[in-house]
Design a protein around this ligand. Structure first.
Ligand SMILES: Cc1cc2nc3c(=O)[nH]c(=O)nc-3n(C[C@H](O)[C@H](O)[C@H](O)COP(=O)(O)OP(=O)(O)OC[C@H]3O[C@@H](n4cnc5c(N)ncnc54)[C@H](O)[C@@H]3O)c2cc1C
Length: 380
């Protein structure tokens, strides 16, 4: 039997996240976007409200909840501002590999100070010449006594410039390609690390994106998680979980764009009546709603699979690709419904459209999601 009713706890979480997003985030979203300003105060508030690190174990300071709860909160945060939602969710992206690969002692050391005390973490996989092809990474980790020495460059790292701790993937044995990749936790202030803000982005401008250069950074061997050669598997298992959150973000942005469009369609008069009276506009609104409702179902379904440890890579790739494509379609139509006004910042829908675009690119482009889906279909 299928029951899609949210529990009282889930509804309370949704309400908490919605109230925070609408009262605290949405009113400042345009300004944060214009200035490209990292929302440090909002992040502190989100942490205090329990809207970050939701899926991490409670004994290490996390929320102790599932990916469904995380997606419920993410949809609301993204409806307020996707840049702020990305800044919040970057912690879960960076802490999930630790959750998957670390010993209890390592979790205590590397998850608790971030999740319990409100620290920030960043997930460092991408390099200038290794984007979709993660296994092409050049960053080296060379064993030297009781340490590893890390050298290389990571870029496009969310929270990279503001994080306290970095989850870093590096090659311990490049000959073995993806089987030679390992996973380390590195304090962001370790000697040899320099961080550089990566410049003006199209959207999600409240989130910080940085390049991080590692020049012979010494890391204790105790900061290697899961043994040598384990990094690629952990990175892929992480994405299979966190991608559902990108789908949820797509639902949140699209919902905000639909709400704005319905309001505008009732108010804007042309040819002596509200534009909402024209069937062309009605059908666009209806199609937006169809896409949002189905994307939310895809997200909830994938999150439900993750939470039950059912095979979920296929479902989460669908949730990510579909949720983000829906966000792009819906926000583009929202701009169209607003006509010339949609092209101006005041009406917010142009921001939703710019913010939505990133969802099709990060945590594996939507082409890569389609590869994952097609591989599952064609597997013997
Ligand atoms: C704002 C922002 C924040 C980010 N945050 C993080 C972060 O926190 N941590 C992190 O590690 N990374 C992060 N990323 C990196 C992001 O995950 C990569 O940008 C993404 O995986 C794509 O890599 P690429 O940009 O190098 O593009 P490429 O891999 O060079 O892709 C270029 C194009 O080719 C297509 N393509 C590539 N390979 C194939 C293929 N086999 N089949 C079909 N098409 C293909 C892609 O879909 C894309 O359209 C972030 C990126 C951005 C822009």
């Amino acid at each position: 039997m299928i029951d899609l009713t949210l529990t009282e706890e889930q509804l309370a979480l949704k309400e908490l996240a919605r109230e925070f997003a609408q009262k605290e985030i949405a009113p400042v979203a345009t300004e944060l976007d214009r200035l490209g300003k990292f929302p440090a105060d909002l992040i502190k508030q989100a942490h205090a409200l329990g809207l970050m690190n939701i899926t991490l174990e409670s004994e290490y300071g996390g929320g102790g909840l599932g990916w469904l709860e995380s997606c419920i909160a993410t949809e609301e945060l993204a409806a307020g501002c996707a840049g702020v939602a990305t800044a919040c969710n970057a912690n879960e992206l960076a802490l999930t590999p630790i959750h998957l690969a670390a010993t209890p002692e390592q979790k205590q050391k590397f998850i608790t100070p971030i999740a319990r005390d409100g620290g920030l973490a960043a997930f460092c996989v991408t390099e200038p010449s290794a984007g979709s092809d993660v296994a092409a990474m050049r960053m080296r980790a060379v064993k030297s006594g009781a340490e590893y020495i890390l050298t290389g460059v990571k870029h496009f790292i969310t929270n990279g410039d503001v994080a306290d701790q970095l989850t870093v993937f590096a090659m311990t044995d490049p000959e073995k390609k993806h089987r030679g990749m390992s996973l380390f936790v590195v304090p962001a202030n370790a000697p040899g690390i320099t961080r550089r803000h990566m410049g003006e982005k199209m959207g999600q401008r409240a989130s910080d994106t940085a390049e991080i250069v590692f020049e012979e950074v010494h890391v204790p061997a105790a900061n290697l998680l899961g043994g040598e050669g384990n990094g690629f598997r952990v990175a892929m298992e992480t994405f299979d979980r966190t991608r559902v959150g990108i789908g949820a973000m797509g639902v949140g942005i699209a919902r905000a764009a639909l709400d704005a469009s319905v309001k505008f369609a009732k108010e804007r008069q042309q040819f002596g009546k509200p534009i909402g009276d024209f069937q062309a506009i009605q059908f666009m609104l209806a199609d937006m709603s169809i896409q949002i409702e189905t994307a939310r179902l895809a997200v909830y379904h994938a999150a439900w699979q993750v939470d039950r440890a059912l095979p979920y890579a296929y479902a989460s790739a669908i949730a990510k690709a579909y949720g983000s494509d829906v966000a792009m379609h819906v926000t583009t139509d929202a701009v169209q419904i607003h006509g010339g006004y949609g092209y101006y910042a005041e009406y917010k829908v142009e921001k939703y459209m710019r913010d939505a675009k990133l969802l099709q690119i990060y945590e594996g482009t939507n082409q890569v999601q389609r590869l994952v889906i097609a591989r599952a279909l064609l597997k013997d």
